[in-house]
Structures are given as C-alpha cells and as structure tokens.
Design a binder for this molecule. Structure first.
Ligand code: BDR
Ligand code: CA
Length: 310
C-alpha cells in the first residue's frame, strides 16, 4: 500500500529555482500541494505573486490557491535580486498572460486555514525569506506543522555577502525566530545546493522532454548567465528544487542534526547561519543541516518528473 501524499504548503518568491521547485512538486505524487504563499525576495511581492499565478496557469494547475504574503522583511529594508532573476523575477521564457487572482485571505490566515483543515500535519517548504513563516508562528504557533524544509543559509559560504545566503540575509530576525521555534527544521543551504548545478547535459534532456521541459531549460539559460559571470560555472544551482526534492525522496540529501544560530547583531555577518558542524558548543541541535547531495540521483528525479508534465 503506497504512503499517503505528504500535504505541503510552498512559500516562495519565484524566482527561477522557485519555479522549478513548484513544477517538481506538481509532478510528484508523493506530495499534495495544498497551496502556495508568496513573498518578496527575488523581486517585489507584486511580481513574485504574478509569477506564481502564471506558473500554475502554465502548468494547468490554476486550481491550486495562491495567497499573498510579506511585502518586506520584519525590520530591514527591502532589497530584491533583480541582478540574478531579472526585472520580472522570472526573466527568460514567456508565460501566459495573467488570468487568475490570488486568494482574498492574506498568507497567515490562508496558511492557518489550510493547516486547520488538513487531515494530517503539514510540511512547509519555504524557499524565500522567512518572513511569512515568522509571522505565522507569532500568530498561530507550531501546532499542525509536521516539519519545515527550507532553502536558506550555508555552513561555510555566502552568496548575498561573503557571510550570508540571500534568503536568510533578507530577514535575519525572521530566520532567528524560525530556528528558535522548536519545529523540526531541515536547512538546505548553499553547501548542498551549489552541488545541484543544472548544466548543459541535463538542460538538453529537459529541452527534449516536452513543453514544460523546454520551459525549464529556458529558465536555466537565463539563470546560468549570472552564475557564469559570478562563479565561472557552466550551469545554475537550482537551490529551491533541492529542498522540494528532499521532501519527495529522503536520501538524496545527507543531513546532520546540528545547532544553527542566526547572526542578527553584526552588519558584516548579517544573516549568517552559524552552524555548529563540529560540535564546538553544548548548544542543542535545532536543525537537520544538509551537508551533501547525490546530484546524479537528484537530476534523474527532476528530469523524470518534469517529463511527466508533458
Ligand atoms: C536563494 O535565493 C534566491 O535567489 C533563490 O531563489 C534561492 O531561494 C539562493 O540563495
Ligand atoms: Ca527562492
């Protein structure tokens, strides 16, 4: 008897890699995507929300509700990543014009209602700043949440600054609240996602895998430009899809239970995820921290699932 699909709420800021994560979720019978909430991040909230709605339309899944989330961090000034994701937040391939509307509830009320009406505890997958989740926890607490599998942070590097990854850097106060919540948290950080480089061979496979595959290949073409320029890589790290894949299939990402604290005081190290990898303190583990990825198996899963979407 197969397991019941895992109920999931996807909290995102699409975003090329958020878009690929969403398509991966839609193609995966292991998941039941209850809804999508949007956040500022890769672009403004207005743009990421339009992108989420248009992606669902494109995939023929406009039945999945989308709720509008945070427009800015809890305390910090808004900054977006147009230099990585373009003016629309999803530059590159064309999407159908917007023909749907977000839900009338805001993200916190929407999430509360989905969690309340779910038959089992819900898995949250945030792949943008953690503002929506921090607000939700402040209002409703942790009941009904099975676990959080987030893309953010890093053990040993940064991409927004030398010290910090973009999602955590955007709203370190929100991230600190989430990591202190006592929830079962898995942190899929840059140490892992930089191993998920979608290069020319996989891009060619996707391009020949139908309409959605061609779309993902075109997303990757745009997303790769920044990474070629910045890192000299022949491909783009599709960070957020790794977090989604970890919910679909455990074992692709190797994790260790470790303590993670978020730096909020210093400007130099703002948003650093201080991971006690070598257990240099007595602080109790509060997260499963990704340390490695089986990249060939991850890409095999991705291509197989995107191909299903036709
Ligand atoms: C993260 O930041 C965003 O630009 C990506 O969508 C991903 O969630 C990587 O640091
Ligand atoms: Ca993202």
């Amino acid at each position: 008897m197969p397991n019941k699909p895992t109920p999931v709420i996807f909290d995102c800021d699409p975003g090329h890699d958020d878009a690929i994560a969403l398509l991966l979720a839609l193609a995966s019978p292991e998941l039941h995507l209850l809804g999508v909430v949007t956040s500022y991040g890769n672009q403004t909230l207005a743009k990421t929300t339009v992108n989420a709605l248009r992606l669902l339309q494109f995939a023929g899944r406009a039945d999945i509700p989308v709720a509008v989330g945070a427009a800015q961090p809890l305390q910090r000034a808004l900054e977006v990543a147009a230099h990585v994701h373009g003016e629309s937040g999803l530059d590159g391939p064309a999407l159908p014009p917007l023909a749907t509307q977000p839900a009338s509830q805001d993200a916190v009320a929407f999430t509360a209602q989905l969690i309340r009406s779910a038959a089992q505890p819900v898995t949250l997958v945030p792949t943008g700043p953690l503002t929506n989740l921090a607000r939700y926890l402040a209002a409703h607490g942790t009941a009904g949440i099975a676990r959080v599998v987030l893309m953010g942070g890093a053990i040993a590097e940064g991409n927004m600054t030398p010290a910090a990854e973009f999602n955590i850097w955007c709203d370190p106060e929100a991230a600190a609240q989430v990591f202190a919540s006592g929830l079962d948290i898995t942190m899929i950080g840059l140490d892992v996602t930089h191993k998920a480089l979608l290069g020319p061979a996989v891009e060619a496979q996707l391009r020949s895998a139908g309409r959605v595959g061609t779309f993902v290949a075109e997303l990757n073409v745009f997303f790769s430009v920044y990474h070629k320029h910045t890192y000299g890589w022949d491909g783009a790290p599709i960070h957020d899809a790794v977090a989604m894949a970890h919910v679909i299939r455990s074992g692709l990402v190797e994790t260790r239970a470790r303590n993670v604290e978020i730096e909020t005081a210093s400007e130099l190290c703002r948003g650093r995820t201080v991971v006690d990898l070598w257990r240099r303190t007595n602080r109790a583990p509060n997260a499963h921290v990704g340390v490695d990825l089986n990249a060939p198996a991850f890409f095999e899963l991705l291509v197989e699932r995107i191909t299903r979407l036709g």
